[in-house]
Design a protein around this ligand. Structure first.
Ligand code: NAD
Length: 496
């Protein structure tokens, strides 16, 4: 039995935890390990370790920081298969998908390698006679990163390389459901030459999160998870004087217009609806189709679902199990609810064969048709392999539906009409928009983040917004005195 413990100043914690949690292999249903859950006191000790290491790291030159980042990038690339295997073993997603998440995280490390350029300030010579003005950005101190289960490597990597590159020290709290990948990635920082204590991992649940949110030496919190917890984290963290970005849940719509290529739209709906068993914050869960092409599109999707193989992520299947039995049962509960509320269950994911152990947390791809906005399968974030077709009469009806939704993470339009696509990207109230791209996750040098209930706070993740989040600005007004500057003048300084 594997024990997953905290990583403090580059070393595994040597203590004995009063509380531990179970870690499962979702493809077998068996408990594969136990994770130590930190007490508030231990979190305090880790923050103190990070605070001590921080001053040295904040003073490290950009040349030194960049060397560490490049080395980290190389190590992460070299170990991607190892990390992907850890993700599949605890999360369940198929290996290719796990590798893909590591690579998208690696892109953020590559972005952070350019930190000297990103931290360049402005300089104005002679703003007033012989007075120069310039701006600099400085690190915050200790920052906390709190991550969800669904991207155990990528989500921490959205924040950690940027935070470290900006000169901060980090305490990462991964999801207790699949904690091993985060530890494996964190160890690479030590190998890359990062001083001990700048990067730390504590495992835990609400107790650890609350300790981070209220600790006076934690200056900023980057959170990703479900909407109710994101809201709680934002409110608690900001009430304790911290800068907080809290990314929440989603209900992503894909709007298909009658002129779209229906084969491409069907492929995209399948990939974005069932990839990672729908456990993606950018998964498509509502397929909004103009009704003249709805029957045709539904038929093409049904055909494709028939060709998908669900099973153990190490066996070359298309889709893996859900993360826990409780989550699997919760998602399966929506199948009954959808039928009871009047939706047509076109494909039932509970039936069929699964290529894996009998006790795995299996649920196959599920398709609902004739879903309406008041049904729970439409309203709730299901976070499983359930795609709901909502039929609309026109582009306008589809747009109104999307804009009325309380979430605003990602959305996509499928059309060959450039004018319609351009209208959509202007009019839709969602943070990340795809035009014939079903999962429009921005590249690392843009920023990732939704609108409305999908993000609490002002800053999106990575890109220049990430650099701003992990630094604070200072403006210096400077004059090198010579004797001509003498004399008393108590008036408000004016630019001359
Ligand atoms: P979750 O909210 O249950 O957990 C997220 C983190 O919060 C974990 O580290 C967990 O330990 C901690 N936590 C859980 N309950 C808590 C509580 N009561 N008090 C304090 N901390 C608590 O989310 P999850 O199930 O791990 O992840 C899935 C959710 O994350 C989905 O809603 C998904 O949409 C969302 N998500 C959003 C994005 C995004 O970018 N917007 C990305 C990935 C996942």
């Amino acid at each position: 039995m594997n024990t997953v413990t905290h990583l403090i100043a580059g070393r595994p914690w040597a203590g004995t935890a009063a509380r531990t949690g179970e870690v499962f292999n979702p493809a077998t249903g068996a408990v594969s390990g136990r994770v130590d859950l930190a007490s508030a006191e231990l979190v305090g000790d880790v923050v103190a370790t990070a605070r001590k290491a921080w001053s040295g790291w904040a003073d490290a030159s950009l040349a030194k920081r960049t060397q560490v980042l490049f080395a980290f990038r190389e190590l992460l690339n070299a170990r991607k298969d190892e990390i992907a295997a850890l993700i599949t073993a605890e999360h369940g997603k198929v290996l290719d998908d796990a590798r893909g998440e590591v690579m998208r995280g690696l892109e953020v490390a590559e972005f952070a390698c350019g930190i000297p350029h990103l931290l360049k300030g402005g300089f104005t010579e002679n703003a007033s006679t012989n007075v120069d003005v310039y701006s600099i950005r400085q690190p915050l101190g200790v920052v906390a990163v709190i991550a969800p289960f669904n991207f155990p490597a990528m989500v921490p990597l959205w924040f950690v390389p940027v935070a470290i590159a900006c000169g901060n020290a980090v305490v990462l709290k991964p999801s207790e459901k699949d904690p091993s990948a985060a530890v494996a990635v964190a160890k690479l920082w030590t190998e890359a030459g990062l001083p001990d204590g700048v990067m730390n991992v504590v495992h835990g649940d609400k107790e650890a999160v609350d300790a981070l949110l209220t600790h006076p030496d934690v200056k900023a919190v980057s959170f990703v998870g479900s909407t109710p917890i994101a809201k709680y984290v934002y409110e608690t963290g900001t009430a304790h004087g911290k800068r907080v970005q809290a990314l929440g849940g989603a209900k992503n719509h894909m709007l298909v217009l009658p002129d779209a290529d229906l084969d491409l739209a069907a492929d995209a709906a399948i990939n974005a609806g069932f990839g990672s068993a729908g456990e993606r914050c950018m998964a498509i869960s509502a397929l909004v189709v103009v009704d003249t092409v709805a029957d045709d599109l539904v038929k093409r999707i049904e055909d494709r679902i028939g060709r998908l193989r669900t099973g153990d992520g190490t066996r070359g299947c298309d889709m893996g199990p859900l993360v826990t039995r409780a989550h699997r049962d919760r998602v399966a509960g929506y199948l009954d609810a959808g039928v009871a509320e009047g939706a047509t269950l076109a494909v039932d994911g509970r039936t069929g064969e699964f290529d894996g152990a009998a006790d795995g947390f299996w649920l196959g791809p599920t398709l609902f048709d004739h879903v309406t906005p008041e049904m729970s399968v439409y309203r709730d974030e299901i976070f499983g392999p359930v795609l709901s077709v909502v039929r609309v009469g026109s582009y306008d009806e589809g747009l109104d539906l999307i804009n009325a939704n309380p979430y605003g993470n990602g959305t996509a339009i499928f059309t060959n009409d450039g004018g319609a696509a351009r209208r959509f990207q202007r009019e839709v109230e969602v943070g990340m928009v795809g035009v014939n791209v079903p999962i429009p996750v921005p590249v690392s040098y843009y920023s990732f983040g939704g609108w409305k209930n999908s993000l609490f706070g002002d800053s999106h993740a990575h890109g220049t917004e990430g650099v701003h989040f992990f630094t604070r600005g200072k403006v210096v007004t400077s004059r090198w005195l010579d004797p001509s500057h003498g004399g008393l003048n108590l008036g408000f300084p004016q630019n001359t």
